[in-house]
Design a binder for this molecule. Structure first.
Ligand SMILES: *Cc1c(COP(=O)(O)O)cnc(C)c1O
Length: 338
């Protein structure tokens, strides 16, 4: 099998504009950083709480769901891995609309589960009937989707949840930049898991903290196979402060959404096709589909973006929304290259 290849991570301090991993360009909540600075050694001497009760209570207040409807992971990637390990095996297909987050495939291959790809149409509307027909033991839908950035209709997800007998995992990594979310479906259907992360909206990709929302009976099954201490005490403490600081997250998301709109206009002026995005990135097609050359040229000039050498993506680029200053440099550099 070929392993998952993450976006390049140049060492901290490298003078580079990094728009390749959809990290938030703004710093985490000062309240969360204060908690980090004041960590007591006693907290680290002991093992962490296996289920992260204090974090779950903090998240529960923000989400309006009971804390036993929340399970924690070492990033949402950890939860994706747990879910596939729980239900995936030979003869139990893992189903996804594609193109989407490539890790789903890698995780299925590790379990020797059949991986069924259902192509998105060009408008990226969810192919609900084809997904139902694929009869997955688990069906993953990134909502909004990556790398397209497009929104998924909650009505379509509702229909999918209703008709599927297997699990429906709705990966809401980018929900903080979107207009809708599917949290209500966890209450309506007992086969739905919604995944969230602090990596994108909360500017904490380096902390590694994600969480799942689903009914407690379903979460109990996932808890059986997780590492006892899959999340560390620092992540719980910092994460609890971060998720409670909604104003900080919302203010940053608003800035990013405004920049996203401006950036889309600039790209269109340069002759790019731009998909409508409800995330902190844009999928664009440069004039002539000359994506790989532009990716390489930007890299030489110190700007990292994401290029996927894959069907339907080889003529496109995925570009994270940066700070206003970074976006301006990007647009200016692209003008020069074109
Ligand atoms: C970034 C991302 C994740 C991973 O989130 P972590 O919590 O950092 O592991 C999961 N799903 C999608 C679609 C993502 O883009």
């Amino acid at each position: 099998m070929s392993g998952y290849v993450p976006g390049e991570q140049p060492p901290l301090g490298t003078k580079i504009i990094k728009l390749n991993s959809n990290e938030n360009p703004y710093p985490p909540s000062p309240k969360a950083l204060k908690v980090l600075q004041e960590i007591d050694g006693e907290m680290l001497r002991r093992y962490p709480d296996p289920t992260g009760k204090l974090f779950r209570i903090a998240a529960s207040k923000v989400l309006g769901v009971p804390d036993d409807w929340i399970a924690v992971g070492n990033g949402s990637d950890d939860l994706l891995n747990l879910i596939v390990r729980a239900v995936g095996e030979a003869g139990k297909p893992v189903v996804c609309p594609v193109p989407t987050y490539v890790l789903y495939r890698t995780l299925a291959e590790i379990q020797e589960a059949e991986f069924v790809e259902v192509p998105y149409p060009d408008d990226y509307k969810l192919p609900v009937d084809l997904l139902i027909a694929a009869r997955g033991a688990v069906t993953f839908v990134a909502s909004p989707n990556s790398p397209s950035g497009t929104a998924i209709s909650v009505a379509d997800l509702d229909k999918l949840a209703k008709e599927l007998s297997g699990l429906l995992v709705i990966d809401e990594a980018y929900v903080d930049f979107a207009e809708n979310n599917a949290l209500e479906l966890t209450k309506k259907y007992n086969n739905v898991i919604v995944l969230r992360t602090l990596s994108k909206g909360y500017s904490l990709a380096g902390l590694r903290l994600g969480f799942a929302i689903a009914n407690p009976a379903l979460l109990a099954e996932l808890n059986k196979i997780k590492d006892s201490y899959n999340v560390d005490a620092l992540a719980y403490a910092v994460g609890a402060a971060a998720i409670a600081d909604r104003d900080h997250k919302t203010a940053n998301a608003e800035k990013i959404k405004a920049s996203r709109a401006k950036l889309a206009i600039s790209f269109r002026e340069l002759g790019f096709d731009v998909l409508p995005s409800q995330t902190n990135f844009l999928l664009v097609r440069p004039p002539n589909g000359d994506a790989e050359r532009i990716y390489q040229t930007l890299k030489v000039r110190g700007i990292l973006i994401r290029y996927f050498n894959q069907p339907r993506l080889e003529d496109k680029l995925r570009i994270s929304v940066g700070t206003e200053e970074q976006n301006q440099i990007l647009v200016k550099t692209l003008k020069e290259i074109l």
